[in-house]
Structures are given as structure tokens and as C-alpha cells.
Ligand binder design. Sequence first.
Ligand code: PAF
Length: 281
Amino acid sequence: MITTQEITQIREQVRTWHTKGETVAFVPTMGNLHLGHITLIKEAVKRADHVVASIFVNPMQFGQNEDLDAYPRTLAADQQALAEAGADLLFTPTPEIIYPKGMDQQTFIEVPEISNQLCGASRPGHFRGVATIVCKLFNIVQPDVALFGRKDYQQLLVIKTMVEDLSMPIDIIGVETIREDSGLAMSSRNGYLSQSQKDQAARLKQVIDAMSASIKQGAKIEETIEAATAELVQAGFSPDYLEVRSARDLSKVTAGHDKLVILAAAYMGTTRLIDNLSFER
Ligand code: PAF
């Protein structure tokens, strides 16, 4: 696997592959890779002739009081895991390469509506940062297909919407969440949790599963959310939001909606965890 910080090297390599009629899959990451990311790479291997990954801790998607500086950086281990999983090319730019004029002077992508609710309400500007970096990486890599984890459900919808609205010729694939044996969704942020917090955090998935079972049996959504929020608090969480929305576009549920998604964000100590479950009622 070749690792490079050079945009020109990425472009030349991908152009060489495309000229031969070979396809390229792309997996953008912020590094500190876990089994969830490796699953994305393995899925990418199945879907294209070549796999490009990127590692870039994107400052534009972090708020002022968030964990940008503390975000774990583990390049050597990440390179080894990516190579073993079958990636061919790794892009590891610096902030200066990506934002040479600084972030204030940077053109940005804003996906309306969907970006300003749920995680976007708690983290203003977050999805603008995500959409901007993903658009920029897409323009550098020019992949045929790109893969993202379904754990970041809202992020996946923001990216799908951007690709559709801007007519980008890229297939966006959402890959199933990979979980610890306890059910806890894998995340780089789980590394901030103590063992006892990890044990407690496993309740999040159980609470969401129970919510979907109740709603399928006809329970009222608002009452289900209220009871589940109390259970999260009981389990040691400080819930940020717990919502049931249309799985298609995250709009509020109406009688006509059958495909639903439960979305949760909750703090365990100072660590903000998210999870979701889509289901049909
Ligand atoms: O999901 C992530 O790791 C990031 O939000 C992404 C998509 C790599 C953009 O920085």
C-alpha cells in the first residue's frame, strides 16, 4: 500500500487505474481505525478493483469545545490494518494541504434541512465541515463508489443528499454498524471510556432495541421516547437527544411513514456516543 500526502500522486494513480478501465472505491476516515473501518475496507475490496482510503482529522467538523486536539492519532497501526484489509492507496494530508488559505477563507458545502437537526443542532457547523471535506476528498480521489458506516446515520444521509443535489457520479454505500460483543457500537470515541463506563454504555443499544419492539407493537412514539429517556438516565447516560424519525429523510414521523429510524446521542461521562436503528412498523 502506498501512503502519500500529495494530491497529485493520488490523482495520477487513480487516473492510471481509470484509463485501464479499472474501478476505484474510497473509504474516508479520521484514523484510529477499529473493526468498523476495516469492515468498510473489506466491503470496498468486494465492490471495486482498487481501494483508496484517507486519514484526515478534519478540523472543520469539530466545534470549539470538542476533542480535536485529543482525537487519537495512530498512523502506524492504521497503515498496517489498512494494508492487511486490502487498501491500495492511503491519502494522509495535513490541514495546510486541505485548507491552504485557512478554514475561514474556504468555500464550503451546506446541505440544508437535514444538517441542522439532531447532531447538527448539538454540533453547529459539524455537517458543513463533513460535507465540505467529503466533497473535497471526492474531487481529489474521484472514486466510482464510496463507503460510510451506518452508525453515523445522519452523516450518511447528508452525504447522499449532497451527492444527489450536486450530481456527483459516485455510488454511496452505507455499511452495517459493527458492534462489540456487548452490543456497543464500535467508535474511536469508545477509547475514552473506562471499562465500567463501557459496560454501562452497552445499555444504549438495548434501550433502542426495546423502543423499536414497543413501537412495532403499537406503542405511542412520544410515550416510548419518554420512557426510554428515563431508562438511559437510569443507566448512567446524560441523553442529548432520543428521537424517532422517517428513515428516508429524518423528517418528523406522520401516519404515512412506515420506514422509521431511532436515533440517539447520549453522554457517558464526558464522551458523546451515538447509535441508531432503522425498522419498519
Ligand atoms: O465519519 C468520519 O470519520 C468523518 O466524519 C469523515 C466522513 C471521514 C469526514 O471527515
